[in-house]
Design a protein around this ligand. Structure first.
Ligand code: HSE
Length: 404
């Protein structure tokens, strides 16, 4: 019998229980053992969970799970960052394997928890933390044994991709589509972490650290979200035979590495252009293999729970990546060298903006009270410095890089 301790019974936790119940027989046939959730940690033990659970499964006491010798695997799907860190650390220290879907905790404590698991000869797996249901981290770890990772790039946030897809398809305003996304449960009541790029940044931190085999933290990544985009921006972008996606990217350059999360204008015939709604896609470039592309549902109850359970299955079958998968490359941050073409829209006076960007101008689009320009290739830092010199608020302008 394999006993799992499940921490959290929110959307993903419920998905884990649901799939385990549905696939009992297949799992037993495959592993030769029964796989069950023995205990579930919740904050409120009296709350009706809307599902059939065995008597005594629910507990409000983490120590009860930690001290249960029959429980060998902890599945951590809570949402509080520091609480989740404590649970994972204590579980590994107590000799239990850990699977988590929590990208915030993996991102913040990646090196420490990876080393602790390796020291203890235990699994610390987090497939569901990046790309939702897409199997991407395990294949990448395998590729990285054979290849030098050169680049990782992806649409990593389902919420932003949903909003941008519908804005492009329907020409509606950002606020209107955000509200629909919230009503449908795609976007959270406080959408900040998704729309300001934080969620993508955490996923990129995990991917970049694995792919470039050196420590790249959240602070090492440039980030800019989508919250100030307007339907006029979308119209201008469509007139460029292009579309827009929030893309996270890390790659090696001659100067070091560049890592950024940014709204990105891509041509309609480019690889990411048809990745729509809550789907994610990730492109990896390795020295031998060239480009590998991953695609699938980036969020959602069953896809995410499925990714969690793939990790659990790898532990049961003893087929998970052994040792610490993080490398020790000394990487130099070269974000200050990042150059690109840009689309910049600023609410306000045409004259001032045109003077400010005179030497970098490529094209000019204008309407009452708004000016949009495209630029030649310029240093990113220079663009930000010039916009800041105008002394305008963040919601008064929008920048997108143009990917050729
Ligand atoms: N909020 C995340 C997203 C959930 O929208 O992609 C999946 O990580």
């Amino acid at each position: 019998m394999i006993n799992i301790g499940l921490l959290g019974l929110g959307t993903v936790g419920k998905g884990v229980v649901e799939i385990l119940n549905k696939r009992q027989k297949e799992l037993e046939d495959l592993t030769g053992r029964k796989v069950r959730v023995k205990k579930i940690l919740v904050k409120n033990v009296d709350k009706d969970r809307g599902m059939d659970l065995e008597e005594g499964v629910i507990t409000g006491d983490f120590e009860e799970i930690l001290n249960d010798k029959d429980i060998s695997i902890i599945v951590e799907v809570t949402s509080d960052l520091e609480e989740s860190y404590t649970y994972i650390k204590k579980s590994l220290s107590a000799g239990k394997h850990v699977v988590t879907a929590n990208k915030a905790v993996v991102s913040k404590y990646f090196e420490e928890l990876s080393q602790l698991a390796a020291d203890k000869d235990l699994a610390f797996l987090y497939e569901a933390s990046v790309g939702g249901g897409i199997p991407v981290l395990k294949p990448l770890k395998e590729e990285l044994a054979l290849n030098k990772g050169i680049m990782i790039q992806g649409i990593l946030n389902g919420t932003c991709n949903y909003i941008l897809t519908r804005m492009v398809n329907e020409g509606k305003d950002y606020e209107e589509i955000l509200k629909i996304a919230q009503d449908l449960g795609y976007a959270e009541a406080d959408p900040t972490a998704d729309v300001e790029g934080e969620d993508t940044l955490r996923k990129l931190r995990i991917l970049a650290t694995l792919v470039l085999q050196g420590r790249i933290t959240e602070e090492d990544i440039l980030s800019y979200g989508i919250s100030s985009i307007t339907s006029w921006d979308i119209e201008n972008i469509k007139n460029m035979d292009s579309t827009i996606k929030l893309i996270g990217e890390a790659r090696l350059t001659d100067e070091g590495y560049i890592a950024l999360v940014h709204p990105t204008i891509i041509r309609n015939d480019s690889q990411f252009a048809n990745v729509d709604m809550v789907f994610n896609s990730i492109i990896f470039r390795g020295e031998n293999v060239g480009e590998l592309k991953f695609y699938g549902p980036g969020a959602g109850k069953l896809p995410t729970a499925n990714a969690v359970l793939r990790d659990v299955l790898d532990i049961i079958n003893d087929s998970y990546w052994k040792g610490n998968p993080l490398g020790t490359n000394k990487l130099k941050n070269a974000n200050h060298t990042f150059r690109s073409r840009y689309y910049i829209r600023i609410s306000g006076s045409d004259k001032e903006v045109l003077e400010l960007f005179q030497d970098a101008l490529d094209d000019i689009i204008s309407e009452e009270g708004n000016i949009a320009i495209t630029t030649k290739e310029v240093l990113y830092k220079e663009i930000l410095d010039r916009i800041q010199s105008l002394g305008i608020d963040r919601d008064q302008y929008f920048i997108a890089r143009i990917m050729d």
